[in-house]
Write a protein that binds this ligand. Structure first.
Ligand SMILES: NC(=O)c1ccc[n+]([C@@H]2O[C@H](COP(=O)([O-])OP(=O)(O)OC[C@H]3O[C@@H](n4cnc5c(N)ncnc54)[C@H](O)[C@@H]3O)[C@@H](O)[C@H]2O)c1
Ligand SMILES: [Zn+2]
Length: 368
């Protein structure tokens, strides 16, 4: 079975199919979409080896299918790779009505969408995310882009796919760390946007950590629905979409200080949420609600937090793309299912709280 969520974005609608039959359900649509066209499949050797063969029968109606491999992981999201792929596409006869499929993790869907959005000023593309993080987050919402040495996701555009296929059968081959990283984004959305989804994550934690398709399907569906809900209400991130940055203010800081090694993005966000709980507790979140999130995060056994210098974290956070002239924005929880954004947390408070957090990240401060 597969279930559909639709994302409306002003000038169009992207259907997002979720489930073990997502690809099969789209067979006819895909066949028509590629019919007689040149199709570029952006993927990596790793993903191609694991799951590449699955796509072949769906693309038989194409005039030509070119698989263009990019490096694995973040190394794909660089300008020189994009330039190289554009040249290959031209050399292979790519035209304005050629098709592009981004088949891989979030790095591949970010890069693929960016390549499609700029090639000859934009060609149609389909996102087929193969990681949990790709399915619940990266491939949903229309943000595409690449990194510069100066910072992650610093160049990109909003460019929406024609279709997104989240086939949960592929998740079982992910390693535990990649599943955990995706689950942190799920937990983030569940805690602030969809409390019943949090119940499910708690109940199925073990099955989720091994990528069990049956356990993942409702989780992916719930998270995609939650993300679509806020993105539709706030396409350009002026209001509710900001809630998706829960855990990301410190999370991005941790990633930057660690130079994107040691911890995955989702894992850094897990720690970022723990820190946000501290600030939230000082502003009225009750301890039971805070402990619940802390315990969910803990159940996915994050790697230990490396030693970090608080001043380095503060300066990394100040440089972040999401930081405004007005200072840092913190997404906090008032209660489960109720997030808000605070822009007036004093630096002195952040400093103080960081000291406690870095000394014992899993402790929640007892108030009074
Ligand atoms: N556009 C957005 O709104 C948005 C949102 C969140 C994250 N992102 C981006 O997403 C990226 C992270 O995505 P990611 O976590 O998927 O990382 P990733 O693309 O690097 O994939 C992680 C690893 O999983 C492997 N892999 C992929 N599918 C697999 C499968 N089915 N089985 C086994 N291994 C598989 C990959 O080869 C890779 O080594 C970041 O660049 C981040 O900026 C974008
Ligand atoms: Zn994130």
């Amino acid at each position: 079975v597969s279930r559909r969520v639709e994302l409306s974005y002003g000038t169009g609608v992207t259907p997002i199919e979720v489930g073990a039959a997502a690809l099969d359900g789209a067979r006819e649509w895909l066949s028509e979409w590629v019919s007689g066209r040149t199709v570029f499949v952006i993927t990596s050797a790793e993903i191609e080896a694991l799951h590449g063969a699955i796509l072949t029968p769906y693309l038989e109606a194409a005039q030509a299918v070119h698989r263009l491999e990019v490096p694995d992981g973040e190394a794909a999201k660089v300008g020189s790779i994009a330039t190289d792929i554009w040249s290959q596409m031209l050399a292979l006869g790519g035209k304005r009505d050629s098709r592009l499929i981004a088949f891989g993790g979030g790095t591949v869907t970010d890069l693929g969408g960016f390549i499609a959005g700029c090639f000859l000023r934009g060609i149609e593309f389909v996102g087929i995310p193969t990681t949990l993080l790709g399915q619940v987050d990266a491939a949903v919402g229309g943000k595409t882009g690449i990194n510069l040495p100066e910072g992650k996701n610093t160049v990109g555009l909003f460019f929406h796919p024609e279709l997104v296929l989240c086939d949960t059968r592929w998740l079982a081959t992910l390693d535990r760390g990649d599943l955990r990283a995706g689950l942190m984004e799920v937990v983030k959305m569940a805690y602030l946007l969809d409390p019943p989804l949090l119940d499910r994550v708690e109940a199925d934690a073990e099955a989720l950590l091994v990528g069990d398709a049956a356990a993942c399907e409702p989780i992916v569906f719930g998270a995609v629905s939650a993300k679509v809900g806020v993105v539709e209400r706030d396409p350009t991130e002026q209001g509710p979409r900001k809630l998706l940055n829960f855990g990301h203010t410190l999370g991005h800081g941790i990633e930057a200080v660690l130079r994107y090694g040691e911890l995955r993005h989702g894992e850094a966000v897990g720690y970022g949420m723990l820190f946000a709980l501290r600030l939230s507790l000082r502003r009225g979140l009750d301890l039971t609600a805070a402990s619940r999130l802390r315990d969910v995060i803990r159940s996915f056994d994050l790697p230990p937090l490396p030693a970090l210098d608080p001043e380095a974290l503060l300066s990394a956070m100040a440089k972040d793309k999401k930081a405004r002239e007005s200072g840092l924005a913190w997404v906090l929880a008032r209660a489960i299912g109720e997030g808000w954004v605070s822009t007036d947390v004093e630096l002195a408070e952040v400093r103080r709280e960081l000291d406690g957090f870095l000394a014992s990240p899993w402790d929640l401060p007892a108030l009074r």
